[in-house]
Ligand binder design. Structure first.
Ligand SMILES: [Zn+2]
Length: 52
């Protein structure tokens, strides 16, 4: 089973995609519009947040 399935989001076009989709193209970029800044979304399982 795949352990970590993190989702990413492109701030430019607003599309969400997985790491696998992003790796279709070389480097870190949006597979839809080619924007080179992608935002990591939180994994669905939320753990306890550490207090600083
Ligand atoms: Zn995009």
């Amino acid at each position: 089973m795949s352990s970590e399935e993190r989702m990413y989001k492109c701030p430019k076009c607003g599309k969400e995609f997985s790491k696998e989709e992003m790796e279709i193209l070389p480097g870190v970029k949006c597979p839809y519009c080619g924007w080179r800044i992608v935002v990591k979304l939180r994994p669905p399982v939320v753990k306890t947040v550490k207090a600083i």
